[in-house]
Design a protein around this ligand. Structure first.
Ligand SMILES: Nc1ncnc2c1ncn2[C@@H]1O[C@H](COP(=O)(O)OP(=O)(O)OP(=O)(O)O)[C@@H](O)[C@H]1O
Length: 251
């Protein structure tokens, strides 16, 4: 299913203030892959993800989603294909109620009212936020906002799910619930996270960014076993691979 493929060729991104955030990034993510993009603060993870559905435009290089290069003409279709959860849920929630926010995307697809309602209820139930549907988003807690932001993307049934720090601000129960949901999602998943145990659990492939460049791209366990790479990129092993300080067993 080629429409689930994300391809990046020679991507550079310089912000208007002159910050060079991405340098010559090339990668290809195919259907059904679960891929983590990790790196220290400021490594370029959010900048990279925001190119996948055209929120940022490359300074140089190309993004292809499936068979199409990302251009002004293909952008509406690509936004239907790629569901993006931003790091900050306030960037995603702007309607008077939670229900309206989750319905916004499906309504824009022109779906009949009954189907929109079905999608909204299913998406809110999946993130455990059905009870919040009548509330204004600005009255929600940080973790509640995050869950609703995720529901706004799920209600669009995207082919490719892109999430920037999806577990940020979630309590342990909500984190586990989200991990279950990501595990169930059968199409392409790409996310950034500092939650390296989640990365180890959910992603067979990990891409390491360091100072705007791809430093490594490979099987997640191999990445976390490379102590020199982790040290160079200011990363640590997931807790579950650090061994038990009491009994001395290795992860
Ligand atoms: N709007 C902006 N204008 C100028 N520079 C920016 C802008 N947004 C991000 N940057 C810079 O681009 C670089 C990459 O930032 P980015 O947000 O992509 O990092 P990140 O890896 O997602 O970090 P974090 O883990 O802290 O979320 C950083 O040097 C940052 O200061």
């Amino acid at each position: 299913m080629s429409h689930h493929i994300v391809e990046v060729k020679g991507l550079h991104h310089t912000y208007p203030d002159g910050t060079l955030a991405l340098r010559n990034i090339s990668l290809r993510i195919t259907h059904g892959e679960s891929v983590a993009v990790i790196g220290a603060n400021g490594a370029g993870k959010s900048t990279l993800l925001q190119h996948f559905n055209g929120y940022l435009t490359p300074t140089a290089g190309e993004i292809r989603i499936g068979d199409f290069p990302l251009t002004r003409e293909t952008l509406p279709d690509i936004r239907r294909t790629v569901g993006m959860v931003f790091q900050n849920p306030d960037d995603q929630l702007f309607m008077p109620t939670v229900y309206d926010d989750v319905a916004f995307g499906p309504l824009n697809l022109g779906l009949p009212a009954g189907e929109v309602d079905e999608r909204v209820r299913a998406a809110l139930a999946k993130v455990g936020a059905a009870h919040l549907q009548g509330k204004p988003p600005y009255r929600l807690s940080g973790g509640e906002k995050k869950r609703v932001a995720i529901a706004t993307v799920l209600s669009m049934s995207p082919d490719i799910l892109v999430m920037d720090e999806p577990t940020n601000g979630l309590d342990p129960f909500a984190r586990r619930q989200l991990m279950g949901l990501l595990r169930e999602f059968r199409h392409t998943r790409i996310f950034t996270s500092h939650d390296l145990d989640m990365v180890l659990d959910l992603c067979e492939r990990t891409i390491v960014l360091h100072e705007g460049e791809v430093k490594a791209d490979g099987p997640t366990r191999d990445i976390f076993a490379d102590a020199a790479l982790l040290a160079e990129c200011r990363l640590e092993k997931p807790l579950s691979m650090q061994g038990c300080p009491v009994c001395g067993t290795r992860g």
